[in-house]
Design a protein around this ligand. Structure first.
Ligand code: ADP
Ligand code: MG
Length: 245
């Protein structure tokens, strides 16, 4: 069974002609080791993600999609090979710098959402902005409400996660990932809990979801910006990754 599941949007700053490699993986390998079992999750993965690229990662359950996204999103380190972000090996970044890169440049939609149950929907979405010292409270709120609007959740902003359906929680997680206008948006099975129409709409938000008109009102043109991104796909079969388009 193949699932078109996981997406990666390096839609950056609207410069669709740039060929700069934002992320490069060279000979990346990930082996999970416990006392008894060794699981090879990724083997010899070579991948360049260019600015302006929207990539779907497809593969059966257990094939390594989440592992790949975690490595790309700097949440996990490979057991072999090299990861380069903006032409710099990620191992050359200190922990604090890396945390900042993650916060400012990478939006992540986790397969299991990771929402904070004690916080309202809008407070959850504001979390990534708390680290941006330049933003006032009212600016944070405005951006969070705008992100929630984009995922169709304006009527649920004061609910708590436990009061929402799985699909609504997924949309909160997506709003939280796009609220900071990241250069790179990583989404792990972002439509897994949505019906097909909502899934299509969310893919639209995701594919135009970075550096989207923060200041200007979305127009029909800009909301279709996803269509301008170079679309490509990766197939993951246990551990191996190849481009299929
Ligand atoms: P997918 O997202 O495509 O379903 P994953 O990346 O989650 O696949 O998993 C790839 C393989 O790595 C699977 O065989 C899985 O069992 C294994 N794996 C994932 N995470 C761990 C872990 N923390 N410890 C041990 N094995 C793991
Ligand atoms: Mg997964």
């Amino acid at each position: 069974m193949t699932s078109q599941a996981t997406t990666l949007n390096a839609g950056a700053n609207g410069n669709q002609t740039s060929t700069a490699n934002m992320i490069e993986l060279e000979c990346v390998e990930k082996v999970y080791r416990t006392d008894r079992i060794e699981t090879i999750a990724l083997t010899n993965v070579n991948l360049s993600v260019r600015e302006g690229e929207f990539i779907s990662i497809m593969g059966p359950s257990g094939s390594g999609k989440s592992t790949l996204l975690n490595v790309i999103g700097l949440l996990d380190v490979p057991t072999g090979g090299k990861v380069t972000l903006n032409n710099r090996p990620v191992t050359s970044y200190g922990d604090r710098h890396l945390a900042r890169v993650r916060n400012e440049h990478i939006g992540f939609v986790f397969q299991t959402f990771h929402l904070i149950n004690d916080l309202s929907v809008v407070d959850n979405v504001e979390i990534p902005l708390l680290y941006r010292k330049s933003l006032s409270g009212s600016e944070r709120r405005k951006l969070a409400l705008r992100a929630l609007d984009r995922v169709g959740l304006h009527a649920r902003v004061h609910h708590f996660p436990s009061q929402l359906s799985g699909g609504q929680q997924q949309r909160v997680a997506i709003a939280r990932a796009i609220v900071g206008n990241p250069r790179i948006l990583l989404a792990d099975e972002p439509t897994g809990n949505l019906d097909s129409q909502m899934g299509d709409e969310i893919m639209e938000v995701l594919s135009g979801g970075t550096r989207c008109p923060a200041e200007s009102k979305p127009t029909s043109n800009s909301s279709r910006r996803g269509g301008l991104l170079r679309r490509s796909a990766l197939a993951v079969s246990p551990g191996r990754v190849r481009r299929i388009g």
